[in-house]
Ligand binder design. Sequence first.
Ligand SMILES: *[C@@H]1O[C@H](CO)[C@@H](O)[C@H](O)[C@H]1NC(C)=O
Ligand SMILES: *[C@@H]1O[C@H](CO)[C@@H](O)[C@H](O)[C@H]1NC(C)=O
Ligand SMILES: *[C@@H]1O[C@H](CO)[C@@H](O)[C@H](O)[C@H]1NC(C)=O
Ligand SMILES: *[C@@H]1O[C@H](CO)[C@@H](O)[C@H](O)[C@H]1NC(C)=O
Length: 389
Amino acid sequence: MAVFCKAVADGLLLTLSLALLGWGAEGQGNGRGMREVSGRATVYLGQDRDIWRPLIHTTVNLSEISSIKSSFQLRTFDPEGIIFYGDTKNGEDWFVLSLRDGIPLMQISKGDMLVSVVGGPKLNDGKWHTLEVSNHGKFVILEVDGSNGLVVGMQSKQTEEFISGQLRLALGGILIDKEKMIVQFEPQMDGCVREGSWLNISVPWETEAEELRPCYQNIQPGSYFPGTGFAIFNTSVSPTEADNEVKIELWGDFSQMDGTILSINAPGQELMFALMVNNNTKEITIFAEDKITTKNYNKRLAITIQADSLTVIQEDDESTAIYIFSHPGYLTTWREGRLAIGGLLGEGEDNVGSQFLTGCLKKIQVQGKDLDLDLAVKHMSISSHSCPA
Ligand SMILES: *[C@@H]1O[C@H](CO)[C@@H](O)[C@H](O)[C@H]1NC(C)=O
Ligand SMILES: *[C@@H]1O[C@H](CO)[C@@H](O)[C@H](O)[C@H]1NC(C)=O
Ligand SMILES: *[C@@H]1O[C@H](CO)[C@@H](O)[C@H](O)[C@H]1NC(C)=O
Ligand SMILES: *[C@@H]1O[C@H](CO)[C@@H](O)[C@H](O)[C@H]1NC(C)=O
């Protein structure tokens, strides 16, 4: 393990994270500021980085490749994101596998051909699925759980050239300009890959990440906040120009949470609204025009913002409580402002406490549509589409 020690603290941290991932002595430094990872390692793809940048990658000489098959397992609740990338000729020919609406999407560029194909089963059900990508002559085949998911045939009018040189593989990102793809998509993927077998090569993969986050043993749908950060949305981009009210709904077991659930403010203004839950007192604090502390009805919270009023509804199976606040300009503040999930916006708000949320929000909707935390500016500790079960 001594190979890791740039500094003692650094080494300790890395040893700890590697131990968590169960890599043990598999990880090795390689003297280029990269850390080595086994291709079979379990990799959490949702880790913080430049969103298109691969989390791990490897390079092999084509002459060493004996198999045309890569297989791995994937587990996610996320409907959209990048999974796996491969290229030859330094990115001239490439392959991208991603999910859109939970369904596999393959995009391939080879010589003068550029193809995109989507199909196969929905994979974002939180279960482990085995994916296998192989190349048989003119066909690229994607198998899902042992059955054919997608078959793409490509024939060029140009003569086939013998390919030599190197092949690059990457997980969680691409090595080409995203504009080259036919179908654009959101790359962030809250998902986990394991048991990779990549063209039967055993060379280690490399990562630039300081530490690789482990995957949760079991997951359930939701957004998980471990109490170390929050997510911020720009409300000016939400489709409310024509609407005269905004409805935000949150589902979860609020009796199992602690900290700030949500807050809203506009730059340079005082905090407009916040919802806090206290795990010790089992109470919820609503901060708007007044500060109200209420019993925790633990199933659903709905906030409706209108021009000069704000309504909070708390619900569980038995009861409903409604709180109405009035103040001119609520909707204007919303439109100019920011929405934070899991933390408090602004400074100097000591009176309401600023603790980050710990807990699982099962669902968050704005105007009846699921809010995708992948589109927020968010702390890396938050998983956008899964909670530990
Ligand atoms: C791959 O090929 C290059 C040159 O073609 C060579 O320098 C390098 O050592 C080879 N790598 C391996 C792992 O064999
Ligand atoms: C994969 O590699 C192993 C040894 O590295 C070899 O025994 C096996 O036959 C290879 N499988 C394929 C399909 O090439
Ligand atoms: C929010 O949107 C405005 C206008 O589009 C932009 O100026 C601002 O930088 C954005 N803020 C964030 C945090 O994305
Ligand atoms: C809530 O309190 C219980 C009992 O004190 C504790 O076990 C649990 O970890 C707390 N949960 C959170 C999210 O703080």
